[in-house]
Design a protein around this ligand. Sequence first.
Ligand SMILES: *Cc1c(COP(=O)(O)O)cnc(C)c1O
Length: 477
Amino acid sequence: MMNADMDATAAGGEAAALHEAYALATAFLASLPQRPVSQVPTPAEMAVALDEALPENGRDPAGVVGEWFARAERGITASPGPRFFGFVNGGVTPAALAGDWLASAIDQNAGLWAGSPAAAQTELVVLRWLQELFGLPAEWAGALTSGATMANLVGLVTARQWAGRQLGFDAAGDGLAGQPSIAVVASSEIHLSAVKCLGTLGFGRNQVRRVAARCGAADVDALAGLLRGIDGPVILIGNAGEVNSGHFDDLAALADLRDGHPGGAWLHVDGAFGLFAAVSPRLAHLVRGIERADSVAADGHKWLNVPYDCGFAFVRDGSLLREAFAVGGAYVAGGAGWDPFTHVPEMSRRFRGLAAWCALKAYGRAGYRALVERCVDNAAAFARWVDETPGVELMNPAPLNIVCFRLVRAGLDELASDELNRLAVRAIQSDGRAFVTGTVWQGRAAIRAAFDNWRTTPADVRLLQEAVAQVGASLSA
Ligand SMILES: *Cc1c(COP(=O)(O)O)cnc(C)c1O
């Protein structure tokens, strides 16, 4: 193998390396329908496959790419394939993938206008298209982020700025120390990413006050009661799609509570995947009232089916958002156009807007409506099968694209039943036909299947059913 140098002569190796990556990628994509979704390797097996000392001397880039793939392959999950139903992972459409490759090749810094007018303007257009797709007001500000966690952070940092202003201080400028506390209220089904943000923002992960969520949706009367006991400004976090079974808070009712709170309130909605209900007239009732929120977070790498990583935040009051992230600096002063870094935590950023632009342009509103409805139909078909099949039961109705279920066996007590379902998750993953993940729903171990991949067909849903049925039968034997 030749040794690679990083001088101008290296350009010759570029095409060879890209060809190698292309060959590996196309072979991988072609294998998705047959490939085991996961081989569930152990950490020890992956360490044996990959760990080594830093090489003193290099080798040719094409060889490096090929070597990595061969050594890591056992640990590559077929998550862009049609039968990965774990978490809420999305797939990657051809248009998004091509856009993402091009974004890496042209390597734009999408942090500021001066870094790339093309990237900054593309992001602006993508944000406006997304606002149109979801029916959010065009005057809102937005930002592309690395995912819904960072989109939650963008919304909540703006909420913190608003609350500080209500109390007479500048939260981003002067910090929270010595200031009156700001109440954060949510349901028991608040996503852990939002909890993580509350820790990052200085509110404290343990300070969020939670009301019960019957069947996944916040108990509005309990929320009203909680708010009555709070004098000052409140940050209210609602769910548009909780992660275990896809249920929605009554967002219009939450907006009413926000409007009625004497101390003022900010409504932030986590719509990581659930915001996509707005794309279908059949499902839009689930997000009724979301346009009354103060900030909304969602994911691109879930239901938009663009590659990791991509999310987006929308904020009603763009000036508060900019205040929250404003920093002056002579060397980045004043681009002629939009500087994305004034709306997000980072400075330099990946040009993730290109994959989203290509996807929205290639498939349009109608394409996304069809995708969302197909996924919801697949989820409904699976939920119906669960409902009708002895030995499995639904934990909660499935209003959108996540089915929460469990295996049931006569004569098992709660503990044994929980153990059976934990074993079943691992056994289904090891089986390789389909990938599901486990959870705990209202104190009981359960299994989740999420449907948000453009490749999934009804035949894939039947394979999932077969895998669940066979694993269930063999565990009972
Ligand atoms: C996935 C998810 C998040 C976190 O999103 P990331 O993209 O993983 O950062 C937040 N909220 C909900 C409801 C989610 O499903």
